[in-house]
Write a protein that binds this ligand. Sequence first.
Ligand code: ARG
Length: 587
Amino acid sequence: MNIKQILNEKVSAAMTAAGLPEGTNPAISLSNRAEFGDYQANGVMGAAKKLKTNPRELATKVVEQLNLDGIATKIELAGPGFINIHLDQNWLTEQLNQVAQDKFIGVAQRGVNAGDDAQTVVVDYSAPNLAKEMHVGHLRSTIIGDAVVRALEFRGDKVIRQNHMGDWGTQFGMLIAHLSDKLAGDEVAETALADLENFYREAKIRFDNEEGFADRARADVVKLQSGDAACAKLWQQFIDISIAHSEEIYEKLNVSLQRSDIMGESAYNDDLSTVIDELMAKEIAVESQGAKVVFIDEMANKDGEPSVFIVQKSGGGFLYATTDLSACRYRSGKLAADRIIIFTDARQGLHFKQVEIVARKAGFLPEAVGYQHCPFGMMMGDDGTPFKTRTGGTIKLAELLDEAIVRAAALIKEKNPDISDEDLSKISEKVGIGAVKFADLSKNRTSDYIFNWKTMLSFEGATAPYLQYAYSRIQSIFAKAGVTEDTATENTPVINIVEPQEKALALKLLQLEDVIDAVISECTPNLLCNYLYELASLYMSFYEACSILKDGIEADVKASRLALCKVIADTLKQGLDILGIEVMDRM
Ligand code: ARG
């Protein structure tokens, strides 16, 4: 079910019939005021401008050709050429009942089913650097990426997750040299690496101060990169433990990444010299002061100097950039991606622009393959500076998540003092983690945002607890009414849309797929967050205005409203699931 898509097709057909060029965008959008109908088609104005004709006259022609029988009750022309569409309540009711039916009989989820349009999408997200513990900077990539992945899968696209972990590069020389000494001194790797942050600090101090250590570290990287078995073994031990740290976090965050999704920087090592050879052979890269460099004229500065992209250092070492070029080739070739999406903080914008230009020139990335770097802003503390510990250190993600759970537990205990310890621990985990995720996901991706415990854990406003509470409130109505999943499956009551609150809900419920489509095209989960918040708010108003279980409510009205509640609960659950946020029957 996708209202926008249906209207898009109908208005497109009318536009063509009215003589507009094939493929003119009807620009269907939701109306923001009830008097403008439910949807608007705004594409005529743009088309008229191109054709240098009167938009109002053109819109009249389009309306004449527009057949929305059975779908809309009124089509109006407004302003310079807006087409306002008032949907037919009966049609909405029918569509909603179809959704309810599909749900009740347990037909596959409400996916949009991309069908022939399904794409193979490679999504590169999370990608922590394994030399250190995951810190808050990796939170955004991890959860925004995971939400987009789930949205794509919901639509029916084939998703290939790529966790491009930072598991290579010069710091590993210092780390394995330090590890080697620790192991020689009888320590086991697990204890030595229990606190990665500490371990890194120790190694760095030795690197900076200890006579001869830096040279050893540098020699170890060279050995590692040329396949020395002893170094490789140390490196592997280090990596395994560091990956296990990340996996604990993924588990806690309810993020879908698996070990098999890891394709770290090291995995490209053997391909890097080929990448350079090809760039040289095609004369895309040139020697410059001993290094190999691409001068990118397309990104020249205002003095006409090209942007400089180093692909191999003067000593022969490869860079982050080289790896990303190799990744382009692997993803569009071996993985047969139609679209590649990469989530990193905004500071890497320039890097990915350069990668794309060079990869396209070199033929590593065919024109047909989409390449989309999705930047995000930073998480800030209350004082508006980057989020740090009191002493100015980076905040470990594991600690932040634990704190969220503790804070949620206090909140829930306060609301519900008699709760059992077992329930409390389950619920506070879902609420605490949900709150952190929703607070982040609901922000516009590209801007910085202020991390604030109080607002994210509030039961009011656009927060996870508010949505989870709306869901569990519906479940408690079912419990009171004696509705179970089984009784619901046996006979699906017919939903009857009568009250304005019910109509508003019907329309909203039928927009889930529209919203998911928008989330997918711009990689903006905040649209889904807004949607779910609006849905929950509409439910709250409906609940105030329309009795469900009160004495004297007619049986069919009660059944209809319960069925409506079921679709609401399912939609909330489905939507939150795409965000990787869990719901519960009681809280
Ligand atoms: N490890 C990098 C970081 O922490 C992110 C990697 C993103 N992906 C990529 N293909 N470069 O910033």
